[in-house]
Ligand binder design. Structure first.
Ligand code: SAM
Length: 399
């Protein structure tokens, strides 16, 4: 196994990544010492899951003689930031990325090195981002330029013949207020995941948040479905806040006992994708996605709880009159205060919290646990070899 130093990755490739995974999950579980131990679960990474797992990653591209200390002979190199300073990966393949991305990384940097510094593909180049589908059938590459691409024709002439050779789905140059692009026009990742024997297909914008680790995603979905199966209602209804393009929504509607879902997302583009995924997976009779701010929607649903829905309401918010359960997957900063208020309004018997923000989750649970108790809590290894974890919490209304 390579022992390349990976800046930003506190556990070096070649060290015992499984032990590292166990340690960080244990340390996260220590935050929840108030929860009975039989309700806590840890899904650490296996050796194989700590390498070739990432399906999104980005790097600075810098000429190595500009690094401190310089690396000679000078050549373009992928870098990550370590305490704000760029540090060379010293390898053209990032062992933590999936193989499809590693192949693209190597092909792209070797092709760039064959050009002079004044070539349009190299001049003003600052960074490169790679996104692949979970099944590795597609890979999207974005090169970012600080100012502009000095000669579009030269850029296109260099990369056009390489796209097919490198099996890159789409290659984009981004620069101030403009872009150049080759390959597939629709900039979305087509993906598939099998959950409990059921195939789920997604389209996701390639530049939006997406789950970087298919192993963690599979484990999270399985855990969520198992917990949903323990809801006491026979055909539970679900309110889902922060749904994105439906990464949880679609599997839950297709593979769990949930009968109806109303899901809410702030970004109109993701709402459009979510609605597309709802239709393509044939769950349009049980899932409705609306654009909205989770905080404002919560305030509106609180008013409905107190005064009933407005008379003859045609608002999609009133399609489902009451909810048994609430699912939230907020940004790292945690829940809006109104979402917490709604959660504790008495409507929901069960709440599911998917969190990638360790500190925000601790603070939110301090509030939520005045009303709920932790029924089950599971920590998973979101980014093996880093300190990031994803925590899944099932809260149940206190009796
Ligand atoms: C951590 S991501 C989770 C997305 C989705 N659940 C998934 O697994 O792909 C958080 C999502 O919340 C959305 N978001 C951020 N602030 C929001 C708000 N105030 N109201 C509704 N959605 C919001 C973001 O656009 C993003 O899609």
């Amino acid at each position: 196994m390579s022992t390349a130093y990976l800046p930003g990755y506190e556990c070096q490739v070649g060290e015992d990544a499984v032990e590292h995974s166990q340690k960080k999950l244990n340390s996260t579980l220590a935050d929840f010492s108030y929860v009975p131990s039989e309700r806590l679960q840890k899904l650490a990474s296996t050796e194989a899951e700590t390498l070739t797992y990432r399906c999104t990653c980005g790097f600075q591209i810098i000429s190595s003689e500009l690094l401190s200390p310089p690396i000679l002979p000078a050549r373009l190199t992928y870098c990550m930031r370590n305490n704000f300073a760029p540090v060379s990966l010293r390898t053209d393949r990032f062992p933590v990325a999936n193989v499809r991305i590693q192949d693209a990384m190597e092909n792209v940097i070797v092709s760039l090195r064959s050009l002079g510094s004044a070539h349009a593909a190299v001049e003003n180049l600052t960074s490169c981002k790679f996104v692949s589908s979970w099944d590795e059938k597609e890979v999207f590459v974005t090169l970012s330029y600080s100012d502009s691409v000095s000669d579009s024709a030269e850029w296109l002439a260099h990369f056009s013949p390489l796209l097919e050779l490198f099996s890159i789905t789409s290659l984009t140059a981004r620069f101030q207020k403009s872009s150049l692009s080759l390959g597939r026009e629709e900039k979305c990742v087509n993906d598939k995941i099998v959950v409990r024997g059921v195939e789920i297909s997604y389209k996701k914008p390639e530049d939006a948040f997406c789950h970087p680790n298919k192993h963690t995603m599979s484990k999270a979905l399985d855990w969520l479905i198992t917990r949903i199966e323990s809801i006491e209602s026979e055909s539970p209804t679900l309110l889902e806040m922060y749904c994105g393009s439906g990464a949880h929504t679609i599997p839950l509607s297709k593979c769990s006992v949930i009968s109806k879902i109303l899901c809410v997302e702030l970004d109109q583009r993701l709402v459009d994708y979510c609605n597309g995924n709802i239709a393509s997976n044939g769950v349009q009779d049980k899932v409705w996605c609306i654009k909205g701010d989770a905080g404002k929607v919560s305030s509106r649903l609180m008013r409905r709880r107190v005064s009933g829905p407005p008379e003859n309401s045609t608002s999609p918010l009133d399609i489902i009159p009451t909810f048994n359960a609430l699912l939230v997957d907020p940004p790292r900063s945690g829940l809006d205060a109104s979402v917490k208020k709604l959660a504790m309004s008495g409507e929901f018997e069960d709440m599911f919290y998917v969190s990638c923000g360790r500190e925000a989750l601790k603070e939110d649970l301090k509030v939520l646990c005045q009303f709920f108790e932790v029924e089950s809590l599971c920590v998973t290894d979101l980014f093996p070899r880093t300190d990031s974890v994803e925590t899944l919490v099932h809260l149940r209304k206190k009796k």
